[in-house]
Design a protein around this ligand. Structure first.
Ligand SMILES: *[C@@H]1O[C@H](CO)[C@@H](O)[C@H](O)[C@H]1NC(C)=O
Ligand SMILES: *[C@@H]1O[C@H](CO)[C@@H](O)[C@H](O)[C@H]1NC(C)=O
Ligand SMILES: *[C@@H]1O[C@H](CO)[C@@H](O)[C@H](O)[C@H]1NC(C)=O
Ligand SMILES: *[C@@H]1O[C@H](CO)[C@@H](O)[C@H](O)[C@H]1NC(C)=O
Ligand SMILES: *[C@@H]1O[C@H](CO)[C@@H](O)[C@H](O)[C@H]1NC(C)=O
Ligand SMILES: *[C@@H]1O[C@H](CO)[C@@H](O)[C@H](O)[C@H]1NC(C)=O
Ligand SMILES: *[C@@H]1O[C@H](CO)[C@@H](O)[C@H](O)[C@H]1NC(C)=O
Length: 471
């Protein structure tokens, strides 16, 4: 039995080895093909294949670049003269406007049509063609690298152009003492490639999409700072001039001055805390001026919690010394408005989380700073007289994150500056951890109050002064 099996078994074994070998070969061949495809840009957007970033030399070898250049020049000339002609016609129509209105309204429409449907796209195409002539990124001085490594992460041309370092003209050194300018985007952008490509998908020189919320999504997810864009931002068509400053501080702005398209509400009345469908959950009373007027100047409720300090008491600690500061939190600028009345300039951070917080602050005549928690604050060391914070970093915040943020605040606060923590709240059991965070800087305690919020939660307010430090 054993003997008769031998040849059969051997044959079987050989066959199975052959199978494995063949399988291996197939795999190697397909991987090789994959590499080939990949390196020739097959997996990328079709247009990209011909882009010079993938080795201009290889692709353009044997290609008459001069002829191409001449051709482009010719097209540009033709388009120039066409645009001139069209614009002349429109100008003539503009002159005879009155006649137009009387004789036939459709000619007016015709003019509008020409302007919007003919000249604008033509202009865009024109610009696009001219872009071909822009010098390509030649690489980074005396390195052989042709471009920044990050560039190949993105497909959309506009991002690639944006992050290519821009050499100064004539080899000059710029005000930063550099030979080139690096436009940056946050590295987390790589994680949100799809959204960023969508954000950078626009026609140069035309209107942007109404997509501030996409931009904000990118920002809060760490893709920040965002690239600048070469499209025109949209604004309300019926924008009214803002109220004068003696009225604007405590007045709900005109509904027409906000683009409401990306909010649940369509007017300021709708943002009231009484409306369950207002579209936001933080700072729910912020759009009710009667309630906002009570903050920091009166005891707001009958419970009279001692965690609410008055602005007059705080400023009395350093009479005349508090002039500029930052309000870090979520709100509509009421703190800055009150401080303005005391001749203190406050910049209020704001994100448009479900409601037009930035617009509201600006329409009140105050300065909104559109930043997230993710970024180092754009102020220099030891510059601010006061930092006030409320309603933003309560209980949820990771201790290490809080640590980085507090060190950044410490950095911008001047010696003798005040840190006002206003109604921070957290679980009672976490209180010690948070207190340590605030205490570690050894600030002088002017006020330090803890009050119960509910059975398990506590409020915590403090007024601390940054000390002088040796060195
Ligand atoms: C404009 O002219 C067209 C044809 O010439 C005519 O049908 C139309 O009624 C005119 N419209 C007005 C508002 O006069
Ligand atoms: C790059 O060029 C500068 C002078 O332009 C030179 O000092 C430097 O050593 C060069 N760096 C490299 C890596 O060659
Ligand atoms: C605000 O100031 C303007 C002039 O600057 C004045 O006409 C107007 O009456 C003032 N409004 C209020 C509410 O004081
Ligand atoms: C405000 O918007 C709500 C719906 O969003 C609407 O019901 C209400 O009539 C609006 N109020 C005013 C004054 O336009
Ligand atoms: C405060 O107390 C007064 C009477 O003492 C009462 O009328 C009012 O409703 C109370 N307000 C709040 C917010 O509890
Ligand atoms: C406000 O409340 C505090 C206690 O929290 C109290 O000492 C103070 O007298 C109150 N002020 C007024 C004007 O009621
Ligand atoms: C603010 O400054 C103005 C002009 O300098 C002055 O008239 C006013 O009294 C100041 N207000 C306060 C609260 O210091």
């Amino acid at each position: 039995m054993g003997k008769s099996c031998l040849p059969k078994c051997r044959l079987g074994r050989i066959l199975s080895w052959l199978q494995i070998l063949l399988g291996g070969l197939v795999m190697i061949v397909s991987i090789a093909n994959l590499f080939k495809l990949y390196s020739s840009g097959f997996f990328l957007h079709n247009e990209v294949v011909c882009r010079p970033y993938y080795g201009a030399k290889d692709l353009y070898e044997g290609f008459d670049l001069r002829a191409l250049n001449d051709r482009v020049g010719e097209v540009l000339n033709r388009m120039d003269s066409l645009q001139e002609k069209l614009e002349r016609t429109v100008q003539e129509m503009e002159k005879n406007k009155d006649g137009l209105v009387k004789t036939n309204i459709t000619r007016l429409e015709h003019k509008k049509f020409l302007e919007e449907e003919v000249i604008r796209p033509l202009y865009n195409a024109h610009i696009a063609l001219r872009q071909i002539r822009l010098p390509m990124a030649e690489g980074i001085r005396n390195s052989t690298m042709k471009e920044e490594p990050l560039i190949n992460t993105f497909i959309r041309e506009e991002i690639r152009k944006y992050i290519t370092p821009k050499e100064n003209r004539l080899g000059k050194i710029n005000i930063y003492g550099k030979e080139r300018v690096y436009n940056t985007i946050g590295h987390a952008c790589v994680l949100m490639k799809k959204e960023l490509e969508e954000y950078m998908d626009y026609d140069i020189g035309s209107y942007c999409k109404d997509d501030w919320n996409l931009a904000q999504k990118l920002m809060v997810n760490g893709c920040d700072p965002l690239p600048r864009r070469r499209c025109l931002t949209r604004a309300s068509k019926v924008y009214q001039k803002p109220y004068p400053i003696n009225e604007s501080l405590w007045k709900i702005p005109d509904d027409r001055n906000v683009r409401w398209g990306n909010y649940q509400c369509r007017n300021f009345t709708c943002l009231s805390s009484k409306n369950p469908k207002r579209g936001f959950s933080k700072c729910i009373n912020c759009f009710e001026m009667e309630l906002e007027k009570l903050k920091w100047v009166t005891n707001t409720s009958n419970s009279s919690l001692p965690v609410d300090f008055w602005i007059s008491d705080v400023l009395a600690i350093k009479p005349g010394e508090i002039r500029i500061g930052l309000d870090f939190g979520i709100g509509t600028g009421s703190f800055a408005a009150r401080m303005r009345e005391k001749n203190v300039t406050i910049i209020s951070t704001a994100l448009n989380l479900g409601a037009p917080f930035n617009e509201m602050i600006a329409l009140r005549g105050l300065v909104p700073l559109y930043v997230t928690l993710n970024q180092r604050l754009p102020f220099f060391d030891n510059t601010m007289d006061i930092i006030h914070t409320s309603g933003f970093m309560d209980g949820w915040i990771d201790l290490q994150l809080l640590d980085f943020i507090l060190y950044d605040w410490d950095r911008i606060l001047r010696p003798g500056g005040l840190l006002w923590i206003d109604r921070f709240f957290c679980d009672r059991k976490d209180l010690d951890d948070f207190m340590y965070m605030f205490l570690q800087f050894r600030y002088k305690k002017h006020k330090w109050v803890i009050a119960p919020k509910s059975k398990d939660e506590v409020y915590f307010s403090a007024l601390l002064e940054k000390p002088q430090r040796a060195i």
